[in-house]
Design a protein around this ligand. Structure first.
Ligand code: SF4
Length: 228
């Protein structure tokens, strides 16, 4: 029998359903955190910029070298671009990423005295920092209420009927309407991990999914080999 689409329910029912989903994901991933290694908000900001179009493992191989050579925003702002390109080369798009990192470092130094601003509106004024990056840093480094919408969060939110939007800004707003503010910081990483582990883009593992009874997505996939 198909699951009722949460979007057809009242807002109170939608919120209740959304919170059951988050509760299950919290049971599944009680202590989830970003896989990017970092010591402070600046390092997480840099690692997040580098993580575009590559894996966290790739970034974690590069950042210790980067921070050894240029520990502070002041150091990176003054760095020779070619030297930085060599270090970040293996993360892909190394020219663009180097440009972004140097501009970002200069911005943090010139406009915020070398400290990453702990404020969403300030953070998105930094060159190369969008809503997603700002939300990751705020939620992960400081536990501030923020929801980052990446491809996994978007896919899961759509499949689970938490939103029917495709624009990440609108999805972020829908999720913020459904969840209590104090839980926002714990939403993204759990959705992302579940998207990686179970609700894969091309091959969701619906037959063993802990959210199956809450999910209106059809057709649900079957265990390989099960044709019934
Ligand atoms: S039932 Fe399938 S589509 Fe729905 S959340 Fe689970 S894995 Fe994803």
């Amino acid at each position: 029998m198909p699951t009722i689409n949460p979007l057809d329910q009242s807002i109170a029912q939608q919120r209740r359903g959304a919170r059951i989903i988050l509760k299950r994901l919290t049971t599944l991933y009680p202590d989830i955190a970003t896989a990017l290694t970092y010591r402070d908000p600046w390092q997480l900001l840099v690692a997040t910029v580098l993580s575009a179009q590559t894996t966290d493992e790739n970034v974690n191989r590069v950042t210790p070298i980067l921070f050894e050579k240029w520990p502070l925003p002041e150091d990176l702002a003054e760095a020779n671009p070619e030297d930085v390109e060599q270090v970040v080369y293996s993360t892909g798009y190394y020219r663009q990423k180097t440009k972004s990192l140097l501009a970002l470092a200069a911005d943090v130094v010139e406009r915020f005295g070398g400290e990453v601003p702990r404020d969403f509106d300030d953070m998105v004024t930094l060159r190369g920092v969008g809503r997603k990056t700002a939300s990751v840093v705020l939620a992960e480094a400081w536990g501030e209420p923020a929801i980052a919408v990446d491809t996994h969060v978007k896919r899961l939110s759509n499949r689970l009927g938490l939103t029917e939007k495709s624009d990440p800004v609108k999805i972020e707003q829908d999720l913020k309407d459904l969840y209590l503010k104090k839980t926002w910081a714990g939403v993204s990483m759990r959705f992302i991990q579940f998207g990686r582990d179970v609700c894969d883009a091309r091959k969701p593992r619906c037959w063993e999914c802990q959210l199956r009874d809450r999910c209106p997505y059809e057709p649900k996939t079957r265990r390989p080999g099960n044709t019934r």
